[in-house]
Design a protein around this ligand. Structure first.
Ligand code: MLT
Length: 264
């Protein structure tokens, strides 16, 4: 891992391989290691950049709220620091997808293509925003265990929960290693995020949407609806996966990803 200093904080990033750059943006409340199967597959032909977003993994925790725009600015600054000048393929999983939308608003000329995995364009409803703020308080009071307990059953398909305990355990450990203040800051940021639906038909780069067929958080129907509003989007539905598709069925996820990267 490299450590990059940006505006007085440190951001940890895995930066490996050579070739066209691919940036992997993790979901909530995880870190870059959710992408380990993708990094291993891509590294032979690409420069793979997988950061820990502010507040997660080895990156500095900043209190309060971290907005999706703040994460996007961090990613922009990271590309500068890593001297990546050519346009980048952004692969954003769930919250990483929200960051990818913010990145388009602010730095679209730096985007070569998008892979949006198990994510949504819509902002929070008032109810879901309220729930997030409550969860932020709980995380601060009780620690990440409470978040892990509530979230883990929703992240996976029934098949993964029953048949792949090592995958569930890896996600649990990632959540437990997250700082409560980092978790709370992301929740507050997600609660305040913009509705990105108006952006969908302005995204002019090739886009691949990937979703687990049993995703209960961002279901396939919602992602198919997103694709219809986009100019150049295709959807791949991955079997034997719920929300955490890159970890639950990495073979199918990687096949879709690599085919797309080879084509663009
Ligand atoms: C994620 O996986 O990043 C979360 O499900 C995003 C969210 O809570 O909206």
């Amino acid at each position: 891992m490299k450590t990059i200093e940006i505006e007085g904080i440190e951001l940890a990033v895995e930066d490996r391989g050579e070739g066209p750059p691919v940036m992997l943006l993790h979901g909530f409340p995880l870190n870059h290691s959710m992408w380990s199967a993708q990094v291993e597959r891509l590294v032979a032909g690409h420069r793979v950049i997988a950061p820990d977003l502010r507040g997660f993994g080895g990156s500095t925790v900043t209190p309060g709220a971290v907005t999706m725009d703040r994460y996007a600015d961090d990613v922009g600054a990271m590309l500068e620091a890593l001297e990546v000048t050519e346009p980048v393929v952004f692969c954003g999983f769930s919250m990483g997808g929200y960051v990818a939308f913010s990145f388009w608003r602010r730095y679209r000329s730096r985007v070569r293509a998008y892979v949006l995995a198990d994510t949504r364009a819509m902002g929070d409803t008032p109810d879901s925003a309220r729930d997030r703020l409550k969860t932020a308080q709980q995380a601060m009071a009780d620690g990440p265990e409470t978040v892990a307990k509530a979230l883990l059953p929703k992240l996976f398909s029934k098949g993964t929960l029953k048949g792949k305990p090592e995958v569930v355990e890896a996600a649990r450990q990632m959540i437990l290693s997250s700082d409560p203040a980092g978790i709370a800051a992301a929740l507050r940021g997600m609660a305040a995020r913009a509705d990105s639906r108006p952006l969908l038909n302005q995204i002019t780069v090739p886009t691949l949407l990937i979703v687990g067929v049993d995703d209960a958080i961002t279901p396939p129907d919602e992602m198919l609806g997103m694709a219809e509003l986009m100019r150049q989007a295709e959807v791949v539905e991955v079997p034997n996966a719920g929300h955490l598709t890159p970890m639950e069925n990495p073979e199918a996820f990687n096949d879709a990803l690599v085919k797309f990267l080879d084509r663009i």
